[in-house]
Ligand binder design. Structure first.
Ligand code: SAM
Length: 283
């Protein structure tokens, strides 16, 4: 996959591309990264890439000309690639979105700085925006690295086994089960017995239970609306039974019979009409 990054801080990237899975992907010829500095396309001795905002206010805005020229260069290096702006206002990066990006041939990632990029570049020049979360970073570089990391590990041939990523959190809508390695007892805490049993069916069942339990405890919203298979249904039902043993459900109270002549408070109050012009109540 070809990835071209546009950043006025290109020196932040060499170390990132030289470590872990990203380095491995480069070494295996699965990732071909390039970083372009828009400053190289800015005129003047200072190669200025920012300017004051129209309309006033604090902060600076990334000028459109150097970025547009850098984008043209990027398109030459990655023909047909869509340009994506890293932006707090973009579509949230999810595992699903990372998987979709990993199926593309090439990406151009544009890192904003200051208050962001001149908005005239957004739309035609840069058609997509991605956010890595609901908080504001001081620049798009770290966000671009997050996107690259999430995408690259999904490229076929990067992870040791093709199924490695399949059990990861979010892939099937659940959080992953906990992991343990040697020693079997660490500071008095033992690894769950079942994981040492060699019984693959029991291990798979334990992992599914742990995965559901973690999701329920940490991210219950992931379970809402997610289809459940028979096994998942059975596990959740048994959890429900255990919880009900600890905390019996309250017996629903029957509504009391109404006394003759009592005011029916369940009846809706008469609708009042309001005039649209002055907000005064009208008869
Ligand atoms: N004024 C902008 C706003 O309120 O949306 C924030 C600008 S931020 C200080 C500078 C740059 O950091 C942005 O142009 C964007 O490239 C990057 N950035 C900040 N937060 C981000 C996030 N959550 N996800 C992706 N990129 C982000």
């Amino acid at each position: 996959m070809r990835i071209v990054v546009l950043s006025i801080f290109p020196q932040m990237f060499p170390s990132f591309f030289a470590h872990g899975m990203v380095r491995l992907a480069c070494e295996r010829g699965l990732l071909d990264p390039e970083v372009i500095d828009p400053r190289a396309f800015a005129p003047g001795p200072h190669r200025t890439t920012d300017d004051r905002p129209y309309g006033g206010g604090s902060g600076m805005v990334m000028k459109p000309e150097p970025l547009a020229a850098a984008l043209r260069r990027a398109r030459g290096l990655a023909p047909g690639a869509a340009a994506i702006l890293l932006s707090a206002q973009g579509l949230p990066l999810t595992q699903e979105r990372a998987a979709a990006l990993s199926r593309r041939e090439a990406l151009i990632l544009v890192c904003g700085r200051y208050e962001g990029v001149d908005d005239r570049l957004c739309g035609e020049e840069i058609a997509e925006e991605i956010s890595i979360g609901d908080y504001v970073l001081s620049g798009g570089e770290v966000a671009a690295m997050v996107v690259i990391d999430a995408v690259v590990r999904l490229l076929p041939g990067v992870l040791g086994s093709p199924t490695s990523a399949a059990g990861d959190s979010f892939v099937d809508g659940l959080l992953e089960y906990p992991h343990y390695t040697r020693p079997a007892v660490f500071e008095g805490r033992a690894v769950p017995e079942v994981l040492k049993s060699g019984d693959h069916r029991r291990i798979a069942r334990w992992r599914k239970e742990a995965s559901l339990w973690r999701t329920l405890a940490h991210r219950p919203e992931l379970l809402r609306g997610r289809p459940l298979d028979e096994e998942e249904r059975a596990i959740l039902r048994s959890m429900q039974t255990t919880l009900e043993e600890i905390l019996p459900p309250e017996i629903p109270r029957e509504p009391l019979p109404r006394r003759k002549g009592a005011i029916d408070r369940r009846r809706k109050p008469a609708q009042r009409k309001f005039s649209l012009t002055d907000g005064e109540a009208a008869e």
